[in-house]
Design a protein. Structure first.
Length: 311
């Protein structure tokens, strides 16, 4: 009974992640009013979240349904590669979104000049490239390790720390790389985000209009919630305890940043953002009009055919 409920819950979570993030991505790409740098970054965050969760959740669902907890050597390293790639890219993309809000609030006059389309595309491309390089380094380092025994991984999916724990060779080089990457892709972007928000909050407090102050803070608080959940759990996961009973805490933190964050992102950004809500309502209205038009066309077509038969 508990296993069936867990499978059902995982399936619902995955469906919510796919529908929610694809909806946000589609609305931003379609609605002309959302063609700004902030929503440009948000659309790629939604795309990353879809890729991020698809790497782990379907495999976890399949294992839960079949009861088969085994994964082939090649599938494991493929999963490791893409999970690390998308995770590293998202770390940098969240920092890019914080910088975008910093320029928009603290330097609004130069915002269109600084955050131009070419700069935004370069930022996103840099995030993807850094994530790809991060995945290549980690995967190659892990492939060079020796695994003995039954290759048992105490985790829900193939990630760096569980693979290092399962290895029976010297993992010092891999651990050094892990800490260096955590500082570069985790701690540094997080400090950049915090520095941006210190300046943002300082600027917001100087705004005299209470209504405008609340509006600006509402936009930024959404991103701050996402950042807090993602960075803290991710950094704890890769620098937290890695042995003994405390490794369970690492497993829980990996679920928080690997599953909870992609699920919450579309909810936080859509429910707390009036522009996205308006765009979503417009899209729903247009969809309903199209469906009604198609139904009316089919009905008229049937009437024409019926009239032709009678004649």
């Amino acid at each position: 009974m508990a296993c069936a409920f867990l499978i059902f819950l995982m399936a619902i979570i995955y469906i919510m992640i796919i529908i929610g993030n694809f909806a946000v991505f589609s609305i931003i790409k379609v609605d002309i009013h959302l063609q700004t740098p902030m929503y440009f970054f948000l659309s790629y965050l939604s795309l990353l979240d879809v890729c991020y969760s698809t790497v782990t959740l379907p495999a976890m669902l399949a294992n839960a349904i079949t009861g088969n907890v085994r994964i082939s050597f090649h599938r494991c390293f493929t999963q490791l590669f893409f999970f690390v790639c998308f995770g590293g890219s998202e770390c940098l993309l969240l920092a890019a979104m914080a910088y975008d809000r910093y320029v928009a609030i603290c330097n609004p006059l130069n915002y269109p000049v600084i955050m131009n389309r070419r700069f935004c595309l370069g930022f996103v491309a840099g995030c993807w490239i850094a994530g790809l390089l991060n995945a290549i380094f980690h995967t190659l380092m892990t492939l060079n390790l020796t695994f003995c025994g039954d290759h048992h991984i105490r985790h829900f999916f193939c990630d760096v720390l569980p693979m290092l724990e399962a290895a029976c060779s010297n993992i010092q080089s891999s651990q050094v790389l892990l800490h260096v990457v955590t500082i570069f892709l985790g701690m540094s972007p997080f400090l950049l985000v915090m520095n941006s928000y210190i300046h943002i909050i300082s600027t917001i407090l100087k705004i005299r209009s209470l209504e405008r102050r609340q509006k600006v803070f509402s936009t930024c608080s959404s991103h701050l919630i996402v950042v807090t959940i993602f960075y803290i759990t991710a950094m704890f996961n890769y620098n937290g305890p890695s042995s003994g009973d405390s490794f369970i805490i690492v497993q829980v933190s990996s679920v928080l940043y690997g599953i909870l964050s992609p699920m919450l992102n579309p909810m936080i950004y859509s429910l707390r953002n009036q522009e996205v809500r308006k765009a979503f309502k417009k899209a729903m209205t247009r969809t309903q009009i199209v469906i009604r038009t198609i139904r009316l066309y089919n009905l008229n077509l049937k009437n024409v055919k019926l009239h032709a038969l009678i004649s």
